[in-house]
Design a protein. Sequence first.
Length: 193
Amino acid sequence: MTAESGRRRAGEARRLLVIAVVVAVVVAVDQVTKTWALHHLAAGPTHVIWTLQFNLTFNDGIAFSQVTGATALVTAVALVVLCALIVVAVRSRGMYSAIVCGLVIGGALGNLIDRLIRHHGGGVIDFIDLRWWPVFNVADAAISVGVVLAAARALLRPGGDGAGHRGRPGLGGGGRLGAGPEVDDRVARRPGE
């Protein structure tokens, strides 16, 4: 094994560890807050500040309570999407991408745990209520933040079209997720540097 391949494998191991840690943190925080909501919000909504209130609801549909009443279908689709996300995460490069993938996978897994393990008719526990946005939970927030970070990365790359740096593929540019000099310094080096 060459020094370069050793560094590459160590970097890949660190990236996979980051994904796993982010997934674990998102799932843990999501499940702890949902358990708290179940035990403390059963009596009704609790006002927090301005329009924010905690209001226990159960969503048997998909995001923002769409496609309600199709729990088995939603769960099957969620499992397929989760598997696809894991494939994308394993193939991605860079720490930025590791964090983005960890957020999205953690959120998807947190909601899937509700559907498969908690006994609420396949419904996901939602409790963060802004009163001007659909009620959501920590898993939903993690997915949203991950998607916004991925979109921002694609839009803010040089050229603004997600095509990557100096013609190299980047997020949204048909290349590997997260490829770019600010993520992986090997890309920025030229032979002999």
